[in-house]
Design a protein. Structure first.
Length: 130
């Protein structure tokens, strides 16, 4: 009698990223969480990064960026997509603009609670702080 081990995929894969700067942080967070939950499916960092690059929308600036990274990795012998730790750094450098950081900092200093319930204000403030 043989036993097979099957690993169930956990969570929902992130929607394809199109390169929109305002969606970059959310996409990266979802991507990190998805691959954390499913790390047992990937025997090494390179395969994890290779899989992550499939979540970029073809025909968009993000899709072009992912395609360029795939091409560079596949030209190496052996094929190497790099480490999972380096992937978010490269992503942030390309998709999260310095201007976004400055806008978030300005919003942190100017967002007012007003008549909003604390939990709503705090959610908005914590989004800017992250």
């Amino acid at each position: 009698m043989s036993t097979t081990t099957s690993t169930k995929v956990l969570g929902t894969a992130p929607e394809a990223f199109d390169g929109t700067a305002s969606k970059a942080e959310g996409f990266l967070g979802t991507l990190r969480n998805y691959y954390y939950l499913n790390e047992s499916l990937y025997p090494d960092d390179s395969r994890c990064v290779a899989s992550a690059l499939t979540h970029f929308k073809v025909g968009t600036p993000a899709g072009e960026w992912a395609c360029d990274r795939q091409d560079m990795a596949q030209k190496q012998a052996p094929i190497d997509y790099g480490s999972w730790d380096d992937f978010p750094k490269a992503f942030k450098e390309h998709f999260i603009l310095v201007q976004s950081s400055q806008q978030a900092m300005n919003a942190l200093w100017t967002v007012k609670m007003g008549n909003h319930p604390f939990h709503e204000w705090y959610q908005e403030w914590s989004t800017y702080s992250s």
